[in-house]
Write a protein that binds this ligand. Structure first.
Ligand SMILES: NC(=O)c1ccc[n+]([C@@H]2O[C@H](COP(=O)([O-])OP(=O)(O)OC[C@H]3O[C@@H](n4cnc5c(N)ncnc54)[C@H](OP(=O)(O)O)[C@@H]3O)[C@@H](O)[C@H]2O)c1
Length: 240
C-alpha cells in the first residue's frame, strides 16, 4: 500500500511567514505531514516554539525565525539564515496580515504606514530576498482579500495594501514565468479563526470557511496538480 501523503513535499523547503496565525498554524502540520522542511516565521519566538512542539517536527526539518518582516534588514538576514541552513527555498507562503478600519479622512500616518508595512511591505521584503534563491518548480502563495477592494469601503489603508498584494502577485507571476516559478494569491474572507470570532462576537460564523479549508487551498496551489496555475487570485469565501 502507498502511504505517501497526497502532496509529497519530501526535501522541499517551505517558508511560511505568519506561521503562528490562524491559518498558518493549521497549514504547518499539513506541510510537515507532506514531509516538507519548514521555515516558520513570525515575531514571537515562544509562539513559534509552541507551534513546532505541537506539530512534532524534527529539528532537522524545521527552522524557527523570529523576524519582523516590516524591516528589510531583518528579512535579508532571515533568508540568508535559511540558505545557510537548507541551501535553497522551494515554496514561500506569505500569511502575515493586520487589519485596521478607517475612512480616508480618519486614516492617520501611523495607521497608513502600519497597514502597508504589515500587509504589503512584508511580502515584498521576503520575496525580494527569497526569489533569487528559488529555482524552476518554485511556488509562491500570497494572501490577499477581495472584500476591502471590491466589497465594502471604510478600510482604506488595508484595501490599498491588499490591492498591492494582488498586483504584486500578478506582476511577479509574469516576471517569474520564464523561470518556471508560479505565483498565486488566495483571497479569503472571514475565515473561521479564533481572531475573527473575537473580533466579531455577534456574527454568524456558519458560512465562513474553516482555517483547514483555506490551508487545503494553499496545499492545492503548492501541488503539481496546480502546475499550470499562475497569476491567479483565488477567492476562498466558504458559503458566505
Ligand atoms: N483570517 C481571515 O479572515 C482573513 C481574511 C482575508 C485575508 N486574510 C489574510 O490571510 C493571511 C493570514 O490570516 P490569519 O488570520 O492567519 O492572520 P493572523 O491570525 O492575524 O496571523 C498573523 C501572523 O502574522 C505574524 N506577523 C504579524 N506581523 C508580522 C511582522 N511584521 N513580521 C513577522 N510576522 C508578523 C503574526 O505573529 P506575531 O504577531 O507573533 O508576529 C501571526 O503569525 C493574512 O495575510 C490575512 O490578511 C485573512
Amino acid at each position: 500500500m502507498n502511504d505517501a501523503p497526497a502532496h509529497d513535499l519530501t526535501d522541499k523547503v517551505v517558508l511560511v511567514t505568519g506561521a503562528t496565525g490562524g491559518i498558518g498554524r493549521v497549514l504547518t502540520p499539513m506541510l510537515v505531514a507532506a514531509r516538507a522542511k519548514v521555515v516558520l516565521v513570525s515575531r514571537q519566538h515562544d509562539r513559534l516554539e509552541d507551534l513546532a512542539a505541537s506539530v512534532g517536527v524534527p529539528d532537522t526539518h524545521c527552522l524557527l525565525k523570529d523576524t519582523d518582516l516590516r524591516d528589510p534588514a531583518q528579512a535579508r538576514e532571515m533568508v540568508a539564515d535559511v540558505i545557510t541552513c537548507f541551501g535553497g527555498i522551494d515554496v514561500v507562503v506569505n500569511l502575515i496580515g493586520n487589519w485596521a478600519p478607517g475612512k480616508v479622512a480618519d486614516t492617520s500616518d501611523e495607521v497608513w504606514a502600519e497597514q502597508l508595512g504589515s500587509n504589503l511591505y512584508t511580502v515584498f521584503h521576503v520575496l525580494r530576498e527569497a526569489v533569487p534563491h528559488m529555482t524552476e518548480g518554485g511556488v509562491i502563495v500570497n494572501a490577499g482579500n477581495a472584500e476591502p477592494v471590491e466589497g465594502k469601503g471604510g478600510q482604506l489603508a488595508y484595501a490599498v495594501a491588499k490591492g498591492g498584494v494582488h498586483t504584486l502577485t500578478r506582476s511577479l507571476a509574469l516576471e517569474l514565468k520564464p523561470r518556471g516559478i508560479r505565483v498565486n494569491a488566495i483571497l479569503p474572507r472571514n475565515v473561521d479563526t479564533p481572531g475573527n470570532r473575537a473580533l466579531q462576537p455577534d456574527a454568524d460564523p456558519s458560512g465562513w470557511p474553516s482555517a483547514e479549508e483555506v490551508a487545503q487551498v494553499i496545499m492545492l496551489l503548492i501541488s503539481p496538480g496546480a502546475g499550470v496555475v499562475s497569476g491567479a487570485l483565488v477567492p476562498v469565501r466558504g458559503k458566505s
